[in-house]
Ligand binder design. Structure first.
Ligand code: GUN
Ligand code: ZN
Length: 431
């Protein structure tokens, strides 16, 4: 259980709104160095400069950075087992590495052990909430829900829908899949901090009938999330065009069946056009940008400012095992490099906001997490500003706050993490 009254002291950094693209002195940045974050029964109740005194369990982390826990909006739990696999691009990579790894999760013991290992790994990387793909197997979603509930975490997941173009042992069928979804929704959706996501792997692995079923599930309950992949890789986009000749675009395959709505999270979106972005904006669907994965699989360069200009919400995500790290700082550092290759620059503010308050707002969870406003649950991480002499030297020479935080984002990783709290309970400590 959470301590009745917990106070954490450090350099508190969060956001009051979305920072503007490319602005380093943005008023949405809230930096309160050497302040106390006050937490009662797992909820943030205030921030103050003065020591709150004897009545509080006090932890003094002066000289450390305190951030809202990161939200990873697109990550595959079973793919920890194939992270960093050599030599292929998306469709090849799925067949060679990913599908064989996912097949093992039909075994309840593998699913349970994998879910626990995965969530503990998230917490050890400073990620306290996530939107997760398990596998096609009902038991794999079940295991994630149970493991997240045991840790008090905000978790959004659902069994993968996949009834074609996948090997034996990894396909469902429309009717059994629908029954499994309804049962999982009845037992887990909105239980504690859990929510169900209708999880279409991607258009090529679902028949039109299954896509229609998924759309009907979403229409029947607007509190459900939806997650899928879209326009990640050029061969994939060509394949979708051949499979769905009636659709205007890859995104349109989803729009036609009612899968685009404010709780829809679409990974990648590299090969979308202006019309697609207008559809995302109109429907309220959002993009989970996965720069590490996009570089590793050679998928392409996502145009972040084009989405902002169109009014589309963008969060950042590891996409492990396509991505090569669960560390949000590593993901953001790759995100900076992706934008640099497009001749654009991502500030530390845009990156960190997208991984905290921005993701929370896009998921309609900002009254629960993502910043330090009173009333939210205390999903909070404590970080060393530097790990090792190179980073320490750079920190010492930083001339302003953005320079310092940008260097932190670029040079740090999970080795900087001191502790992770979920709703005021320490769920990871370095020693
Ligand atoms: N598209 C369909 N499935 C996957 C997956 O598992 N990872 C990535 N990166 N893209 C996909
Ligand atoms: Zn993915």
């Amino acid at each position: 259980a959470a301590p009745a009254r917990l106070a954490l002291k450090g350099d508190l950094l969060d956001f009051t709104a979305a920072p503007a693209w490319a602005r380093v002195d943005d008023p949405a940045v809230r930096f309160r160095p050497g302040h106390w974050l006050l937490i009662e029964q797992g909820r943030i109740v205030g921030v103050q400069a003065d020591d709150p005194g004897e009545g509080w369990q006090r932890e003094d982390h002066s000289g450390r950075l305190i951030l809202p826990g990161f939200v990873d909006t697109h990550v595959h739990s079973p793919q920890l087992d194939v992270i960093a696999s050599y030599g292929t691009e998306l469709l090849d990579w799925l067949n060679t590495y990913t599908f064989p790894a996912e097949r093992r999760y039909q075994d309840p013991d593998v699913a349970q052990e994998g879910a626990a290992r995965f969530l503990d790994a998230l917490l050890a990387h400073g990620t306290t909430a996530a939107v997760v793909y398990p596998t096609v197997h009902k038991v794999s979603a079940e295991a994630l829900f149970e493991a997240a509930a045991a840790r008090g975490m905000r978790l959004i997941t659902g069994k993968i829908l996949m009834d074609r173009h996948a090997p034996d042992g990894l396909r469902d069928d429309v009717h059994q899949a629908e029954r499994d979804c309804l049962d999982l929704i009845a037992r887990h959706h909105r239980r504690e901090r859990l929510a169900y996501a209708v999880t279409v792997r991607f258009a090529p692995t679902s028949t039109p009938e299954q896509l229609a079923m998924a759309g009907a599930l979403c229409r029947a309950d607007p509190t459900l999330y939806m997650q899928t992949h879209v326009a990640e890789n050029r061969s994939e986009v060509d394949w979708v065009a051949r499979l769905f000749p009636e659709a205007r675009s890859y995104l349109d395959v989803y729009d036609r069946v009612g899968l685009l709505h404010p709780r829809a999270v679409l990974a990648h979106g590299i090969w979308l056009d202006e019309t697609d972005r207008a559809v995302l904006a109109r429907t309220g669907a959002q993009i989970a940008h996965c720069p590490s994965s996009n570089l590793f699989l050679g998928s392409g360069l996502f145009d972040w400012p084009a989405h902002l200009a169109a009014g589309v919400a963008v969060s950042v995500a590891s996409d492990v095992g396509g991505g090569t790290s669960l560390s949000t700082q590593r993901t953001l550092s790759d995100g900076y490099k992706v934008q640099a290759l497009k001749g654009q620059r991502m500030t530390a503010w845009c990156g960190l906001h997208a991984a905290t308050r921005g993701a929370a707002e896009a998921l309609d969870l900002s009254s629960e997490l993502g910043h330090f406003d009173p009333g939210t649950l205390a999903d909070v991480c404590i970080w060393d500003w530097a790990s090792g002499p190179v980073a320490q030297g750079r920190m010492d020479l930083a001339r302003d706050l953005h320079e310092r935080v940008f260097a932190w984002m670029t040079l740090s990783d999970e080795r900087n993490l001191v502790a992770s709290y979920v709703a005021g309970v320490a769920r990871f400590r370095r020693d």
